[in-house]
Design a protein around this ligand. Structure first.
Ligand code: HEC
Length: 128
């Protein structure tokens, strides 16, 4: 299970480098979709949006802090589902549900393409 998730992250990461122009995932529609997904799934722990500073839990870095504070934020967003603590809360649609796998909380169920949308939204938080 974990192995599969890591592989899909590698595929996503490989796809960023392809093409000279703006990558396909950085368009407005995608980032709108990503904003909705982030509010639904990530705001439980993260401050996702500067309009909504009081969501999340204070021990968790805000999206803005991650995007503006980390050189490699893109890599981190595209692979967040393989990074702690997310493995225990993320599941992908169509994944076989392992009856022995115990989630400590209600898992969020994502499509693989949702990751691109969320990264596209995160990109809109980048201050220049
Ligand atoms: C159950 C709480 C929780 C949820 C839900 C959650 N996160 Fe996180 N996230 C965390 C915590 C806690 C950290 C800090 C981990 C650390 O510092 O080691 C974190 C860190 C991150 C990081 C930085 C990872 C790294 O290794 O540097 C990214 C990117 C991230 N989250 C993206 C997301 C996205 C995107 C979503 C929604 C799809 C999400 N998170 C949902 C708790 C959560």
């Amino acid at each position: 299970m974990l192995h599969l998730k890591s592989m899909s992250a590698a595929v996503l990461l490989a796809s960023i480098g392809i093409g000279e122009s703006e990558p396909a995932w950085s368009n407005d529609k995608l980032s709108e979709l990503g904003k909705g997904l982030s509010k639904t799934h990530c705001a439980r722990c993260h401050v996702v949006d500067s309009e909504d500073l009081f969501s999340g839990i204070s021990s968790t870095p805000s999206f803005s802090l991650l995007v503006n504070g980390l050189e490699d934020w893109e890599d981190r967003f595209l692979s967040f589902h393989t990074r702690l603590p997310h493995q225990s809360v993320v599941r992908f649609k169509g994944d076989a549900v392992d009856p022995n796998e115990s989630f400590s909380t209600v898992p969020m169920v994502l499509e693989h393409t949702d990751i691109d949308a969320i990264a596209a939204y995160a990109k809109t938080l980048k201050k220049n």
